[in-house]
Design a binder for this molecule. Structure first.
Ligand code: CO
Length: 502
């Protein structure tokens, strides 16, 4: 069996070189590439995307992987190797069901559709993107058929992002969150004291923000010897290897929260990538567990830590020093309240942590309906606007600020959105556990000392890769299976205090 393991690992290494190349080209496309290079880059990405697929489906050539899976079932392999091959089999079984021509068609359509969206977004011109989106939906309905599913075609797509999650399962979780959030937001509006975020607005020069962001990221434990921080319109982070992790943030000269949130969020993702076990790189044990777990790392830092009273009491004096013309008349306590103002708003990425999940729930309900065929693409803008009115009480003035704001659907990321809310739920649960585990955490954070948090996450999440299932991972880190309870308690407690509700 050792020979077969070696063969498998060699094959996996080739796949991971290609995946890293694909990722690096994607990073370059968003950060450095001249605009004129877009069509050629699309060709390159389609080619390499297809090559990854071709190599991946050959992992089992000569029955190598199937034999190893059988050996794992018999208990012949070590626990680690058994988990490795079982996880890999899960991915492999999905990949072989997809014909190569379909992969090429999808990759080409992805680039064309993204390009169309980029051009039409500013004008809110949904008519232009409609045929692209229609084709995208039909491609993913087809993909669900190739893959097969227990109950609902959307099950097949969800499994890519959060393996084992079903449509019924996520519907239950999101319904629980929705049933809490809608009346809670109404209560804030009706009974809460007035809290305005405009107090934060000021004049924050870009250059100072750039070095401020780098310092912040370093303080959280990001290793700049093994990674970079750049700028892009939509912040993201991507790890090609634990020694090469790229992330971006963005800057607003009016509202400093944008770059701080962006930087802390992406650093949270990047710490996960830098903390994965190098010795297993290229295998499932060296990869992040799931999109939901990944997002828990970013949200924990961005929200649970970054927007806490303790951490802001470290950050605010530093901000006053760096930007002497802003925030000067405000106490740290006032900044804390304004920083956390709950304001139903049109844009997901600018949403506060209370209303954020309603943005996700809206997208989930709509994309599920698109995939099952109960909603037509041409009716999507109307359905979008109706849900914003119903759940958040706001009117959508145009498609730029509505149905065309996110790239996901135009790139074919169906099944991705729910993992944002899962990330928030896992983050609250992990935050609860790490507060219990780290003595005097608030005092440490108030000094800007993030070491204990980073180490706790390294130990309980990062170094495990995909060794544990999501449920096992949460259990060993927090003592409990994933639950929405900690998130609901956290929001109720924090915002009940800010808005003096009880
Ligand atoms: Co994220």
């Amino acid at each position: 069996m050792q020979d077969k393991l070696t063969t498998l690992r060699n094959r996996l290494r080739e796949v991971s070189y290609l995946q890293s190349t694909y990722g690096l080209l994607g990073w370059d496309q968003q950060v450095m590439m001249p605009k004129g290079a877009a069509p050629y880059r699309a060709e390159m990405l389609a080619y390499i995307g297809t090559e990854i697929h071709n190599k991946f489906v050959k992992l089992d050539e000569g029955g190598v992987l199937a034999d190893l899976v059988a050996a794992a079932k018999k208990g012949v392999l070590s626990e680690r190797d058994a988990r490795l091959v079982t996880e890999l089999w899960h991915d492999y079984e999905k990949e072989v069901k997809i014909p190569t021509e379909f992969v090429t068609e999808l990759e080409a359509h992805r680039s064309a559709s993204q390009h169309a969206w980029e051009h039409a977004k500013a004008k809110g011109d949904f008519k232009t993107v409609e045929p692209y989106l229609e084709k995208m939906v039909s491609l993913f309905r087809k993909q669900a058929e190739y893959l097969g599913y227990p109950d609902h075609p959307y099950d097949a797509l969800l499994d890519y992002y959060e393996s084992g999650l079903t449509t019924a399962g996520i519907t239950g979780i999101l319904e629980e969150v929705k049933a809490f959030l809608i009346p809670f937001i109404k209560k804030i509006k009706k009974d809460g004291v007035r809290v305005t975020e405009s107090k934060i607005y000021g004049s924050y020069d870009r250059e100072t923000q750039v070095s401020f962001s780098e310092d912040l990221s370093k303080r959280m434990g990001f290793n700049f010897h093994r990674g970079r921080l750049d700028q892009s319109t939509h912040p993201f982070s991507e790890g090609f290897h634990p020694t090469d992790v790229r992330m971006t943030t963005r800057f607003s000269e009016k509202d400093v929260r944008e770059s701080i949130s962006g930087t802390m969020h992406e650093t949270g993702h990047s710490l996960y990538e830098q903390g994965l076990p190098t010795e297993y790189r290229g295998t499932p044990l060296g990869a992040a567990r799931s999109f939901g777990v990944h997002e828990s790392q970013s949200r924990l830092w961005e929200n649970n830590i970054g927007k806490s009273h303790a951490f802001l009491s470290y950050l605010v004096p530093k901000l006053r020093k760096a930007f002497p013309r802003s925030l000067k008349k405000l106490s740290t306590d006032e900044v804390y309240r304004s920083w956390n103002a709950v304001t139903p708003n049109l844009i997901r990425v600018a949403a506060d942590e209370v209303t954020y999940n309603l943005h996700i729930i809206i997208r989930f309900e709509l994309e599920k309906a698109l995939i099952e065929g109960s909603l037509k693409v041409r009716d999507l803008p109307k359905a979008w606007n109706a849900k914003y009115k119903e759940y958040l009480g706001i009117s959508v003035p145009n498609n730029t600020k509505g149905v065309m704001q996110d790239i996901h659907w135009y790139c074919g990321y169906f099944g991705y959105f729910p993992t944002y809310t899962l990330g928030n739920l896992y983050a609250a649960q992990l935050h609860h556990a790490l507060k219990k585990a780290i003595p005097r955490l608030d005092k440490k954070l108030a000094r800007g000392d993030c070491t204990a948090v980073k180490e706790w996450l390294n130990t309980h999440i990062h170094r495990h890769g995909r060794y544990y299932s999501v449920e096992e991972l949460l259990r060993q880190a927090t003592g409990e299976a994933p639950t929405a309870r900690y998130f609901i308690d956290y929001i109720r407690e924090k915002y009940g205090e800010i808005y003096k509700l009880y």
